[in-house]
Design a protein around this ligand. Structure first.
Ligand code: NDP
Length: 315
């Protein structure tokens, strides 16, 4: 039996710093926001350890703890947090439609998107087999498990350089696997990597396979994409740092996106091409990608949504 669509003033999709900050502002503006957390409540910060660069925490704070605090702050002002996924939207009409993965239909006067981004993976089958059993996309989260072991990092950008440097403080040897003969990372990060005696850079190198023993990573097979020569490295930790992908698939066809699927916002605002739909956080930011910038754009989205609802006579 189908139930009537649920009506709401403000739907927030996503529960990272952008989503919760939008919720705090929207709740305080009487917009009765309902926030859907998505698959990873708290977002990417729940898979990090210490956050030391978020202003206001002189001694740092654990990522999951910070997200708990943000959630409580949003709830304190009346945000309703639902641990569910929005899996479909229809932005064709004046009322914005969305569906949860259990099939409930929502009619929202305004929508704030804060769906964030996810780490990209290489796409080789053995990567999935050993996920969280030696394969990771976050050195800061998981590096500790591989202290005193040999590890590898894939990627040539700032993230890969940063992860390799971080791991070199825990591990005796870090292999950095770069698929071209140069790195994309900033000069200073490259120098840091190249001058670190614990980091060995393998140029023109790709990964063929990850091998395991007793269900955990035991080695990887790499190959030189110029000479095709293969080599096996005895690494126990394998870190993929090849960039991020915005979580914007469900908005395809409705919202303007750039060529890498990041949502496009208008000028100095959180407005998308659809009136009443606003975008914040990493889903629309491939440049800064910080908790504090995500929170800032969440605030912008809520203020823009409040203005929109007021203009529409809904608030
Ligand atoms: P980037 O997109 O900058 O780099 C991705 C890297 O991964 C590139 O070297 C790319 O190679 C490589 N790569 C992509 N796909 C594959 C694949 N399938 N196999 C092997 N290698 C692959 O992502 P980052 O996450 O490094 O950085 C994102 C943004 O965040 C950048 O703007 C960066 O400057 C910023 N950042 C800044 C930091 C800082 O300032 N401290 C720290 C971390 C990130 P190729 O070059 O051949 O495409």
């Amino acid at each position: 039996m189908s139930t009537a669509p649920e009506k709401m003033l403000c739907l927030i999709i996503g529960s990272g710093p952008a989503g919760y900050t939008a919720a705090i502002y929207a709740a305080r503006a009487n917009m009765s926001p309902i926030l859907y957390t998505g698959m990873q409540p708290g977002g990417q910060l729940t898979i990090t350890t210490d956050v030391e660069n978020y202003p206001g925490y002189p001694d740092g704070i654990l990522g999951p703890e910070m997200m708990e605090d943000l959630r409580k702050q949003a709830e304190r002002f009346g945000t309703e947090v639902r641990y569910e996924l929005i899996s479909k939207v229809d932005f064709s009409g004046p009322v914005h439609k969305a569906w949860t993965d259990s099939g409930n239909e929502i009619h929202a006067e305004s929508v704030i998107i804060a769906t964030g981004a996810s780490a990209k993976w290489l796409g080789i089958p053995s990567e999935q087999v050993y996920m969280n059993k030696g394969v990771s996309a976050c050195a800061v989260c998981d590096g500790f498990f591989f202290r005193n072991m040999e590890v590898a990092v894939v990627g040539g950008g700032d993230t890969a350089a940063e992860e390799a440097s971080y791991l070199s403080k825990l591990c005796p040897k870090v292999h950095l696997l770069v698929r071209r003969d140069e790195m994309r990372a900033s000069k200073i990060m490259q120098e840091r990597v190249l001058n670190n005696p614990k980091i060995e850079v393998h140029w023109n190198t790709e990964v063929k396979e990850i091998k395991g023993v007793d269900e955990v990573v035991d080695s990887i097979v790499i190959y030189n994409n110029q000479t095709k020569a293969e080599k096996e490295l005895p690494v126990k930790g394998f870190f993929v740092a090849i960039g991020h992908k915005p979580n914007t698939d469900i908005f395809e066809g409705w919202l303007d996106m750039d060529e890498t699927k990041y949502l496009i916002t208008q000028g100095k605002s959180a407005k998308t091409n659809i009136p009443g739909v606003f975008a914040s956080g990493d889903a629309q930011d491939k440049t800064y990608r910080q908790a504090v910038t995500a929170a800032g754009t969440g605030c912008m989205a809520a203020l823009d949504a409040e203005r929109y609802l007021t203009e529409q006579g809904k608030l």
